[in-house]
Ligand binder design. Structure first.
Ligand code: TGC
Ligand code: FAD
Length: 394
């Protein structure tokens, strides 16, 4: 077994999962061990997303897994979906990001807000990985506050013309389809934010890779440019009305991150424990030293608390009772915990911890993006502060 793939379950949380959920978790874990961990170090150093894995992810039902079977999806519980995200991020945050964007930010809005034709056309192709999607909300000047977006969709006799720039877009350069959020300009109607399905081969659509990243190196992060891109009215998501629809997509993706962050933390923890038992200093394994044992105890505590949060959140989601604010608490807490665990694991590994052969520093660097995207840590503090006090501090 590759270090980092052991189960971490100090509170026997696995006993609360159904047999199917455990089977799904173990199947994805085995796949990650065999297929992701064998390529990820090289892909990371080469700064490339391992695109060759996408058809396998589709075949195994990992894309939009909690959406219904009628569209070629796996139709699993939200807890099983979370476990898939956990196992993927145990491999690398970039692999989980791919699945999050494809499932929660592209397939979910098509399923929730799309027409029957849009669902038929896109969902099976996206579920199988034959088509790739991206989600364009953020702009160069509007990240935390997407309400200010300046991308426009101007109504014409035949449809819409889109103009604007979207920044930091995961999967952007390899996508066949972009979900673009834009301010509408329509004669006689107030402007509002709406979502559009834009095939990326349309004239005027360009994507370029974001250079200079030091995080999520095995992930495609791109800038999208829309220069008078014409789409018919049938490309508009008919049920998406206002920014609220885009924010609902974020809730789905953030839910996946609550679980995904656990996977990254578990990988770092397991690697650190195994290193602590084997590495000798001052005549004894460093794992026999009290300072390292405290480190390990802190990591295990954080992971165990995070597992309980994820499990209860999953239950609430499966019962249809989960609120966006509850997701904010989970995203904020679990990602911060994972950042702390990755950093402490890297330190425990000494000089070896800076090598790509070990996963701690890769996860540590990746998690800085996870801390920032899908609502920064600060934004989730403000969401929680507002929920508790009723006062906005944005
Ligand atoms: P605000 O007035 O608070 O809300 C407008 C309406 O939307 C409702 N709402 C939500 N509904 C569902 N889910 C959510 N998460 C929601 N948040 C708000 C809200 O109740 C309201 O409804 P109604 O009926 O009263 O009209 O809107 P605001 O413009 O003040 O914004 C609030 C704020 C700052 C929290 C929001 O803009 C925000 O979350 N900002 C962060 C932006 C962000 O997270 N961007 C992520 C981009 S995608 C990405 O990063 C992908 S990374 C790749 C990966 O996932 O792996
Ligand atoms: P800003 O909003 O400029 O924030 C800068 C700093 O100010 C942060 O520390 C923030 O917390 C703080 N801040 C902001 N507002 C307040 C406030 N009111 N009070 C106190 N502090 C505040 N976006 C997409 O649409 N699609 C994607 O696929 C996507 N993928 C991404 C992939 C990566 C690798 C990264 C890094 C980002 C991605 N994003 C994507 C964008 C991401 O969602 C934004 O970066 C994020 O929402 C923050 O926006 P910003 O970077 O513009 O930061």
């Amino acid at each position: 077994m590759v270090p980092g793939t052991e189960d971490v379950d100090f509170y026997d949380i696995g006993s609360h999962l159904s047999q199917e959920e455990r089977m799904i978790r173990d199947g994805v874990r085995e796949w990650v061990e065999a297929r992701v961990l064998s390529v990820i170090q090289e892909a990371y150093v080469e700064r490339r997303f391992p695109l060759e894995l996408v058809p396998e992810m589709g075949e195994m039902g990992m894309l939009g897994a909690n959406l219904p079977e009628e569209y070629g999806c796996a139709g699993v519980s939200n807890i099983a979906y979370g476990l898939i995200m956990q196992e993927l991020e145990r491999g690398d945050s970039g692999i989980r990001s791919f699945a999050s964007v494809q499932g929660a930010l592209v397939m979910y809005p098509i399923h929730a807000f799309g027409s029957a034709d849009q669902k038929e056309e896109w969902l099976p192709a996206l579920a199988s990985g034959k088509r790739i999607g991206c989600f364009g909300l953020t702009e160069p000047d509007y990240g935390s506050n997407p309400a200010g977006m300046t991308t426009t969709a101007r109504r014409t006799a035949d449809g819409w013309v889109l103009d604007g720039t979207k920044m930091w877009i995961t999967n952007g350069s390899m996508a066949d389809l972009a979900v673009i959020w834009a301010q509408t300009e329509e004669p006689g109607r107030p402007s509002g934010i709406r979502g559009f399905l834009v095939p990326t081969d349309h004239a005027g659509f360009t994507a370029k890779d974001q250079p200079g990243k030091l995080s999520l190196l095995a992930s495609d992060t791109s800038e999208l440019h829309l220069d008078q891109v014409e789409v018919p009215d049938s490309a508009r998501l008919p049920e998406a009305t206002g920014l609220k629809s885009a924010l609902k997509c974020l809730t789905q993706a953030r839910y996946g991150i609550v679980w995904g962050a656990l996977g990254a933390a578990m990988a770092c923890y397991s690697e650190a424990v195994s290193y602590a038992k084997e590495r000798f200093a001052f005549g004894a394994p460093i794992g026999a030293k009290q300072l390292q044992q405290e480190r390990i105890a802190e990591m295990l505590t954080g992971i165990t608390q995070g597992q309980l949060v994820a499990l209860q959140l999953g239950r609430l989601k499966d019962e249809g009772r989960m609120t966006p604010e509850q997701v904010s608490l989970g995203k904020r807490a679990n990602v911060r915990m994972a950042c702390d665990v990755a950093r402490e694991a890297r330190r425990l590994l000494g000089a070896s911890g800076i090598l790509v052969e070990y996963s701690a520093m890769r996860h540590m660097a990746n998690l800085e993006s996870v801390y920032t995207y899908e609502g920064t840590h600060d934004i989730h503090s403000l969401i929680l502060g507002q929920a508790v006090t009723g006062l906005s501090a944005f």
